[in-house]
Design a protein around this ligand. Structure first.
Ligand code: NAP
Length: 291
């Protein structure tokens, strides 16, 4: 499918570069900017234009996609003449995970610049992003749905439209809480197996094909057992998300003790020097408690 849309992608890390590549494959014109230019330049070979500044990337663009770590960084980057550089009917698709309060702050920034704002965090990690199989959790003005469709179809397999801006970020926290709890339970299960002399392969054999089996457990479990943590999603960003979840839960009057423990495991693994590795490296903090 081809489109006349011009898209600016700010941030070409794991997610931003995969998203930019899939937009290019769909025939959409893409301009990228990244703080470290060498990471953006890799995309030039695939047809992206590489801009020298975020504002230059955004100039005249129909869509702005942000895939940066958190709301603070996005405010810094986007506050710098970016929103006013977009086409007069430009739309900001904010796809980073920024939590409820962060989403509101960024929405406010968009409103002050008269830019339409779609809160569109994504579900899926490196591989689904590279394969164009993300799930887009979109929320914002209904009348933008059709305009956004070619963009979301290029990067994802499904889009859920969830209501007013902010609902996407809320659902993203809910799904990430599921991931955090799952990962923590998986790490302790494999550590227990190792500690009591059970071959972890037997655990996977026991759950194989039944309702307890899950691709996520197999992917992350293999990384834990092999102590090999090439990042799909870094521990550092997983900790950021755990903080966002716990803040939102507190505001909503809900205590999440399991997530609190997982967050402390993330902190321990980061203190051990694994912040840039995959979130599954929290296993090293769990296994370090073996006496
Ligand atoms: N990876 C996943 O599985 C996944 C899934 C869903 C959602 N997300 C969310 O998507 C967002 C991006 O995640 P990612 O995994 O792509 O992260 P990443 O690979 O760590 O990339 C982070 C990007 O942000 C840039 N950046 C970092 N600090 C910056 C600063 N102070 N100023 C300007 N740019 C800065 C980095 O630039 P440099 O190259 O210069 O460092 C890089 O382009 C995050 O909000 C994350 O929570 C990630």
């Amino acid at each position: 499918m081809s489109s006349e849309a011009r898209v600016a992608v700010l941030g070409t890390g794991i997610m931003g570069s995969a998203v930019a590549r899939n937009l290019l494959r769909a025939g959409i014109s893409v301009r990228v900017w990244n703080r470290t230019p060498s990471r953006a330049e890799l995309l030039a070979r695939e047809g992206a234009q590489v801009a020298e500044s975020a504002a230059a990337a955004a100039r005249g663009a129909d869509f702005l996609i942000t895939l940066l770590p958190d709301a603070g960084v996005i405010e810094e980057v986007v506050g710098n003449g970016v929103l006013v550089s977009l086409a007069s009917d430009g739309v900001w698709l904010q796809m980073s995970t920024v939590g409820i309060e962060g989403c509101e702050r960024l929405g406010q920034l968009a409103a002050e610049s008269g830019v339409a704002y779609v809160d569109a965090p994504v579900l899926g990690t490196r591989q689904p992003a590279e394969e164009g199989k993300l799930v887009v959790l979109a929320s914002g003005p209904e009348d933008l749905r059709e305009r956004c469709r070619p963009i979301f179809e290029a990067i994802g397999s499904r889009t859920l439209w969830l209501g007013p801006a902010g609902m996407g970020s809320r659902l993203k926290l809910v799904t990430n809480n599921w991931i955090a709890g799952f990962l923590g339970a998986l790490a302790e299960t494999l550590a227990l197996a190792e500690a009591i002399g059970v071959d972890p392969a037997r655990f996977f054999e026991a759950i194989e094909g039944g309702p307890l089996d899950a691709p996520f457990a197999r992917i992350k479990g293999r990384m834990m057992l092999e102590r090999s943590f090439d990042p799909s999603f870094t521990l550092k960003l997983a900790l950021k998300d755990a903080r966002l979840i716990l803040e939102a839960a507190e505001d909503g009057g809900q205590r999440l003790k399991i997530t609190e423990v997982v967050k402390s495991r993330y902190e321990e693994a980061i203190a051990m020097g694994h912040g840039e590795e995959d979130m599954s490296a929290l296993f090293l903090a769990v296994a370090a408690d073996r006496c």
